[in-house]
Design a protein around this ligand. Structure first.
Ligand SMILES: *Cc1c(COP(=O)(O)O)cnc(C)c1O
Length: 399
């Protein structure tokens, strides 16, 4: 990096030329930590989320039960208002996606359908260093089917090679498309191909991929995917998750846990005792969804539609590249390989002290003790100036 790129003037010139720069004003930045680099953990609040949630509270007050059909965003079909933007976000067909529940819950529901172990083909592949909740989920699924997790769950450093070498043993591969800790992105098409050639189903955890990377789930051919919407997607703490189920499974007679919200919409209120699933991902819904949480997510998805993923990815790459240059300029090694999203992971001998010092100076990132720090410039609301200011703080504080 040339020294002039290290200047506030250079960073401000980049912001002036950035077609997405205005979106920053759509977000609320924390008072004490306005230099926000934790979007991989909890995205910032879109200003319009408040109005969107208040609208639902008002309609509930005004209409009571009639709000199911007469609210401004009728509750009966509220989740459908998120379908088009969610499908665009992950590169799916509309009937392949639904917003429901939360991530770990959805992983379990999807494994009910897609993890069907049998003798000789019972193993479940995950990536080494998977997020703990995913490990708990797969281990408990193995036990639920009567298999010992130690003999069932395979944690591979290189999931592609594991599939190529022993794919026939696996009933399912569940892979994070961007690892939560290293930030490394996987080659999804290659994994899907290797899995399917060996009669192994494959799903992706997109917690760190949705709203971050350009995704093309339908074309990729993954059997399913699930993600949370509160990290890159700014749905708010505990926000609703997203689910993708490839259309080849839309009509399949898969085992699933059933509830009335997955039942044929035209006949839902006929209270028919026999379950007739909605075709596609919506058929996996169980309950009528939390409207307030959905209203907050809607506010954020409008901004993704405005920005578009290709433009966000371009800016994300530029911001992360800029941050990497600044980090290396002060002697901080970036562990995240070039195949990645916006998040950069670094190892620091003085991580705990440094993260505290940064917070005291208004910059927030996150610490995985003892020495790993994750930093994410989120292209929807972070600026080049943010990154430059973070770089300047690191130059001053890192010793
Ligand atoms: C953030 C994250 C989760 C969180 O799970 P919840 O069910 O939303 O609490 C799970 N898995 C991965 C990979 C994550 O990054």
């Amino acid at each position: 990096m040339s020294s002039h790129q290290d200047s506030l003037e250079w960073a401000r010139a980049q912001d002036a030329a950035d077609p997405l720069a205005h979106l920053r004003r759509e977000f609320l930045f924390p008072e004490r930590t306005p230099l926000y680099f934790a979007g991989h953990s909890l995205g910032l609040q879109p200003r319009r989320a408040r109005e969107s949630v208040l609208e639902e509270l008002d309609d509930w007050a005004r209409l009571g039960v009639e709000g199911h059909f007469s609210a401004r965003h009728p509750w009966f079909s509220h989740h459908e208002e998120l379908t088009a933007s969610t499908a665009r976000l992950v590169g799916a067909r509309p009937h392949e996606v639904v917003v429901m529940n939360t991530l770990t819950v959805n992983l379990h529901l999807l494994m009910v359908s897609f993890y069907r172990p049998r003798r000789g083909k019972h193993r479940l592949l995950i990536e080494a260093g998977a997020f703990p909740s995913d490990r708990y989920a797969v281990a408990s699924q193995a036990r639920f089917h009567g298999f010992a997790p130690e003999d069932t769950i395979v944690e591979a450093d290189d999931p592609l090679r594991a599939l190529q070498e022993r794919g026939k043993e696996f009933a399912l591969a569940l892979i994070g498309n961007v690892n939560y800790l290293s930030g490394r992105a996987v080659d999804m098409p290659a994994l899907v191909k290797a899995a399917h050639e060996r009669d192994c189903l494959i799903g992706f955890d997109l917690a760190h991929g949705a709203g971050n990377l350009l995704l093309d789930l339908h074309e990729t051919g993954a059997d399913f995917a699930a993600w949370c919407n509160y990290k890159y997607l700014n749905a708010g703490p505990g926000g609703l998750g997203g689910v993708f189920i490839h259309e080849r499974h839309a009509n399949a007679d898969l085992p699933r846990f059933e509830g009335w919200w997955g039942h044929d919409k035209a006949r839902r209120f006929e209270m028919d005792p026999r379950f007739r699933p909605i075709r596609g991902a919506e058929g996996w819904q169980l309950s009528n969804p939390p409207i307030l949480a959905m209203a907050a997510l809607r506010a954020s998805m409008e901004l993704f539609d405005q920005a578009t993923m290709p433009a966000l990815r371009r800016k994300g790459e530029a911001l992360s590249g800029y941050l990497q240059g600044l980090l290396e300029g002060v002697g901080i090694e970036v562990l995240t390989p070039p195949q990645r999203g916006s998040m950069l992971t670094v190892r620091l001998h003085d991580a705990t002290k440094l993260v505290e010092a940064l917070r005291a100076r208004g910059a927030v990132c996150d610490l995985r003790p003892p020495d790993i720090v994750r930093l994410t410039p989120a292209p929807l609301y972070n600026s080049f100036e943010d990154v430059q200011r973070l770089g300047a703080l690191l130059r001053e504080l890192h010793g």
